[in-house]
Design a protein around this ligand. Structure first.
Ligand code: ADP
Ligand code: MG
Length: 214
């Protein structure tokens, strides 16, 4: 299987090649076509299996074929992550795959533990926001960000977010989003609590589960 078969925008394909990736991992091969079709997805695969590119590539693909987004405080894509470390890793992947797209895409990571003022200023014009739940709500409450135009929601390491006690914040964030959107949920594990979130969040999802011995 080759990345070429996944029908990604040529710039994204060339960015993937520049990273030295020769072929998609199993989660990428199965999740990317489903997400390009616009379906909701629950993706379960162990740590290190390449889940990030599974959602970054289809998200950028949609943007590459769409109009240049207007500069505003209204991101089109929201990725929720449990930690600052993951936010930084994920924004890096978005940036690596965004080179030479038909129009520039601004991705930004926001997280707590650092001062909020620089984030408030830098957030203007953001298209893709990667955020930890607490800091996102702080920025929303101070009107630095408006989540009412989010078209795509990703929960990455969803089980970890629940384990860290972010459920209340996550629910509060879901209330701020428009009802019509594409949802992508990725996790290494599927707990009962996560299954409960899936039922309310995902609409007729495709489930892709990669077994450990795959
Ligand atoms: P996960 O989120 O499932 O834990 P990551 O998305 O963080 O996994 O990817 C794990 C590692 O695999 C990263 O170092 C990434 O660069 C690498 N990787 C991802 N996709 C591929 C691929 N198709 N070919 C080779 N390496 C890849
Ligand atoms: Mg990951």
């Amino acid at each position: 299987m080759s990345f070429v078969k996944l029908k990604l925008h040529p710039s994204i394909l060339s960015n993937i090649t520049s990273l030295g990736y020769e072929s998609p991992t199993p989660i990428q091969a199965q999740a990317i076509p489903v997400l390009i079709k616009g379906r909701d997805l629950l993706g379960i695969a162990k740590t290190g299996s390449g889940k990030t590119v599974s959602y970054v590539a289809p998200i950028l693909n949609k943007m590459a074929y769409g109009h240049a987004p207007k500069k505003s405080r209204q991101p089109k894509v929201l990725v929720l992550v449990p930690s600052r470390e993951l936010a930084i890793q994920v924004v890096e992947v978005f940036k690596e795959l965004s080179h030479k797209l038909p129009h520039p895409i601004k991705s930004m990571a926001i997280y707590g533990g650092v001062s909020i003022n620089p984030q408030m200023k830098a957030i203007f014009g953001v298209d893709i926001l990667i955020a930890t739940p607490g800091r996102l709500l702080d920025l929303q409450r101070s009107s630095a960000i408006d989540l009412s135009k989010v078209e795509t929601l990703v929960l990455d390491e969803a089980d970890k977010m629940l384990n860290l006690g972010f459920e209340k914040e996550m629910q509060e964030i879901f209330e701020l989003l428009p009802g019509k959107r594409q949802n992508m949920l990725f996790s290494a594990t599927l707990s009962d609590q996560l299954a409960g979130i899936n039922r309310v969040l995902l609409s007729n999802p495709e489930v892709v589960e990669i077994k450990d011995n795959a």
